[in-house]
Design a protein around this ligand. Structure first.
Ligand code: GZL
Length: 332
């Protein structure tokens, strides 16, 4: 699908009536464009939609599941010409990918931003090129007005709140160490703030980032065990860091799930298996399987139709009552 330049896409901006695609629409887009998208000059109405997707990396089981869901939904037989680029958790690689997508004259750009800030310059370039942007998974903070049309992802703050409420109810004497995700990322910021507000700062012995990976979570936990021998609970911002923490706790001769309880977020199969094995105590889901919802949003955006400012992906939570059969039946 060829473009006819900037103006036609921006001129025919659809009416602002919000079409609720989501199960719940909430939160502000932080500079997003809200319920309107620039009218595309082709795709959507029977044409192949050329979409560039910048994925932040392959750091965790969650990201792998997210990538699988996206690639299996944005397929050629469903009308998409997908260019998918993995940034290995480096923002400069994502910025380069977005610039490449401009040069390739794609119809829509979608990306999962590794951190919240540092996007203004490239988003202004994308806006000047008249290409609509969909934010996927993580959020951004930007001064560029209407820099993206819509966001689809989980409510990270509610995940942190759910984790905190379980700890407050079930571990009143908690002495907590917090394994943070990638510093400056939306999930790290939002999960940490919500969790800390619920449990109280006085319950938190210390924090360190494991960058959402199992290896770095293990390394951070090894140091934390030395610094805080009295800790009795770890809150990990994702399962993979929690799984790394299990390795460090066992190497230190302690029993994960008992001597040191573990609360995490994601709900990937390995994390839920740790719950069945009684090494995790509570897991808040962050559902990555929203490729089909994304595909619908891409079609609407490409056709210049109205879309909700935010599509919130619903999450559940799991404790040790989960069964092996339930884990085996999980989609990811
Ligand atoms: C959350 C997602 C986070 C996951 C991690 O939506 O951005 O990034 O919680 C992943 O597993 O690395």
């Amino acid at each position: 699908m060829s473009h006819t330049g900037k103006w036609p896409r921006l001129a025919a901006v659809a009416a602002s009536a919000v079409v609720a695609l989501s199960l719940a629409a909430c939160g502000s887009g932080g500079g997003g464009g809200g319920a309107e998208s620039g009218a595309a000059s082709g795709g959507g109405a029977g044409g192949t939609i050329k979409i560039g997707f910048s994925q932040l990396g392959a750091e965790s089981g969650w990201r792998t599941a997210s990538t699988e869901s996206i690639k299996s939904s944005l397929t050629a037989d469903k009308g998409f010409d997908l260019t998918f680029v993995d940034a290995q958790q480096k923002q400069e690689n994502q910025i380069k990918a977005l610039r490449d997508f401009i040069a390739q004259d794609v119809d829509v750009i979608a990306f999962a931003p590794v951190i919240e800030t540092g996007w203004d310059e490239v988003l202004q370039e994308v806006k000047d090129a008249g290409i609509p942007v969909i934010l996927v998974d993580r959020t951004i903070k930007t001064s560029v007005d209407k820099s993206y049309v819509t966001h689809i992802g989980s409510d990270m703050a509610s995940e942190g709140k759910a984790a905190g409420e379980w700890v407050k109810k079930n571990v009143p004497d908690a002495k907590i160490f917090e394994l943070q995700g990638t510093m400056g990322s939306g999930p790290q910021i939002d999960r940490e703030k919500a969790f800390d507000e619920v449990v109280g700062a006085d319950k938190i012995l210390g924090k360190a980032s494991g960058n959402f990976t199992r290896a770095e979570g293990k390394t951070a936990m090894e140091a934390a065990l030395q610094a805080h021998p009295n800790m009795n609970l770890v809150f990990a911002h994702n399962d993979d860091m929690g799984l790394g923490a299990i390795e460090a706790i066992e190497a230190a001769g302690k029993v994960p799930g008992k001597d040191i309880k573990i609360v995490t977020i994601d709900g990937v199969r390995d994390g839920l298996q740790a719950l069945v094995d009684k090494k995790f105590n509570y897991v808040v889901e962050c559902n990555p399987i929203f490729g089909e919802q994304l595909a619908e949003l891409v079609k609407k955006v490409a056709a210049g139709e109205s879309v909700p400012e935010k599509t919130v992906v619903e999450d559940k939570a799991f404790d040790q009552t989960i069964t092996q059969a339930e884990v085996d039946a999980r989609a990811y």
